[in-house]
Design a protein around this ligand. Structure first.
Ligand SMILES: *Cc1c(COP(=O)(O)O)cnc(C)c1O
Length: 394
C-alpha cells in the first residue's frame, strides 16, 4: 500500500504523484468510486471514526476516494502540503474567500482578475466584506489601498487577456510585512510553469477546467496550500456543498497524467506563434510574456519556467476586419475557455466583455481588434499556416 518513491520530475509527478502503487483489484488505473455514501460495519466502527482513530469515508459531500487521489496529485505538483478539489474554479474561489474572510474585513484584488472573481468581490459587499481594486504591479496604489481591516490580497498571474505577470518576489514580502494573506489564481500558469507556494504565497487556486484537466470535457477547480488553511476551507466546503463528482475527479486524474507534456508543447508553440506574429504587418501588438517586448517579460523570466499557451494580439484594422479574421481561421474553434488540447480563439470584445460599453472596454485595454488565441497541441507550423491563410483571405 506504499505511496512509493518521491517523484522528482514534474512529468513523473503528473503520472504517479498521489497514487498508491497497489490499487483496488490490482487495477493499474485508479478506480472511480461512484457512490454517494459509505458503510460502517457497526456502531463501534463509527465511534472509532468520529474519535479520529480510524480513517473512513463517511458521506459523499465530505469527500470521495477518487477525489482524494486527484488532490494528492495536485498537492504534489504544486509542492503543497494539501489540496482540495471543487466542482468548478469559481467554486474554489468563492469558497476560499468565504472561508478566509468575515464581515467587517477588507480585501484588495488586482484589476485584471477573472471577471467572475471580481464580480464575486463586488457581491460580498452585501455580507459586509469590502473590496478595493488595484492595477497589477502598482505597489503605490496597493499601499494606498490598505486599511486597518485589510486581511487579504487576491491576485492572478498571468492575467487574462494581456498576460500581466505579478512580481511575487515583491508582492509576498510586501504582504507579509503588513500581515496580509496572499491568494493567487495561477490557472494560466499551471504548476508546470509557476509554483507560487515556493515564493511564500498562502494559497494557490486553479481552474482545473483549463490546463489541469486539459481536454475540455470536465469542470473542476482546486486550492493548494498549507494543511491548516486547506482544512479550514474544507470545513466550509462540507457545509456549502461544492464537491466534485467521482467521475469528474477521475477525468481530472486522467488529464493530469499528461499535464507536463501538454504544457511544454503549448509553451513551445505559443512562443513560436507569438514570435511569428510580432512585427507582422497585419498585427499591431502581441501580448506574450515570453517576448522581450512584453512589459512583464523580466518578471516572468525570474518566476516562471515557461510562459504558457495563451497569446493575445491586437490586429491592424478595425472591429469588422478582426471579426472576419476570427471567422477565417479554420483550426481553432470559437469558444470561451483555454488550456485544452484543441486550439480555441476568442474575441474578448464580443465574448467576455459584451456587457460593457465600448468606452468601458477600451478603458481596460479590451480593444475591438484584440484576439485571444489559446494554443492547443496541434503542430505549431500548421497553426501558423492557418493564421497566414486567414490573414490573406481577409
Ligand atoms: C476559467 C477561469 C476561472 C473560473 O473557473 P471555472 O472552472 O470556469 O469555474 C477562474 N480563473 C481563471 C483565471 C480562469 O481562466
Amino acid at each position: 500500500m506504499t505511496m512509493g518513491r518521491e517523484y522528482k520530475g514534474l512529468s513523473s509527478i503528473s503520472v504517479h504523484g498521489g497514487e498508491e502503487r497497489d490499487k483496488y483489484a490490482k487495477s493499474l488505473i485508479n478506480p472511480i468510486v461512484q457512490t454517494a455514501t459509505y458503510v460502517f460495519d457497526d456502531l463501534d466502527e463509527v465511534d472509532a471514526y468520529t474519535a479520529g482513530e480510524r480513517p473512513h469515508f463517511e458521506y459523499g459531500r465530505y469527500g470521495n476516494p477518487t477525489q482524494k487521489v486527484a488532490e494528492a496529485k495536485l498537492a504534489a505538483l504544486d509542492g503543497a502540503e494539501a489540496a482540495l478539489l471543487f466542482p468548478t474554479g469559481m467554486s474554489a474561489v468563492t469558497t476560499a474567500l468565504q472561508a478566509m474572510l468575515r464581515s467587517g474585513q477588507h480585501l484588495i484584488i488586482m484589476e485584471d482578475c477573472y471577471r467572475k472573481t471580481t464580480q464575486f468581490c463586488n457581491m460580498i459587499a452585501k455580507f459586509g466584506i469590502e473590496s478595493t481594486f488595484v492595477a497589477p504591479g502598482n505597489f503605490e496604489a496597493l499601499e494606498a489601498a490598505i486599511q486597518p481591516n485589510t486581511r487579504l490580497i487576491f491576485t492572478e498571474s498571468p492575467t487574462n487577456p494581456h498576460l500581466h505577470v505579478v512580481d511575487l518576489e515583491k508582492l509576498v514580502p510586501f504582504a507579509a510585512e503588513r500581515r496580509l494573506k496572499v491568494v493567487i489564481d495561477s490557472t494560466f500558469a499551471t504548476p508546470i510553469n509557476q509554483r507560487p507556494l515556493e515564493f511564500g504565497v498562502d494559497l494557490v487556486i486553479h481552474s482545473a477546467t483549463k490546463y489541469l484537466s486539459g481536454h475540455n470535457d470536465v469542470m473542476a477547480g482546486c486550492i493548494c496550500g498549507a494543511a491548516p488553511l486547506v482544512a479550514a476551507i474544507k470545513d466550509f466546503q462540507k457545509v456549502t456543498g461544492g464537491i466534485v463528482d467521482p467521475h469528474g475527479a477521475y477525468l481530472l486524474i486522467r488529464g493530469l497524467k499528461t499535464l507536463a507534456l501538454r504544457v511544454e508543447r503549448q509553451n513551445q508553440s505559443a512562443q513560436k506563434i507569438a514570435a511569428h506574429l510580432e512585427g507582422h504587418e497585419r498585427i499591431r501588438q502581441v501580448f506574450y510574456p515570453g517576448l522581450s517586448s512584453h512589459v512583464d517579460h523580466q518578471v516572468a523570466r525570474r518566476q516562471m519556467r515557461g510562459y504558457g499557451g495563451v497569446v493575445s494580439f491586437d490586429m491592424e484594422g478595425d472591429l469588422e476586419l478582426t471579426r472576419r479574421f476570427v471567422h477565417a481561421l479554420e483550426i481553432p474553434y470559437i469558444a470561451p475557455s483555454l488550456g485544452g488540447v484543441e486550439t480555441l480563439v476568442s474575441h474578448p470584445a464580443s465574448v467576455s466583455y459584451y456587457d460593457l460599453s465600448r468606452e468601458q472596454r477600451l478603458a481596460i485595454g479590451i480593444n475591438d481588434e484584440l484576439v485571444r488565441y489559446s494554443v492547443g497541441i496541434e503542430e505549431a507550423d500548421e497553426l501558423i499556416e492557418d493564421i497566414e491563410l486567414a490573414l490573406k483571405k481577409i
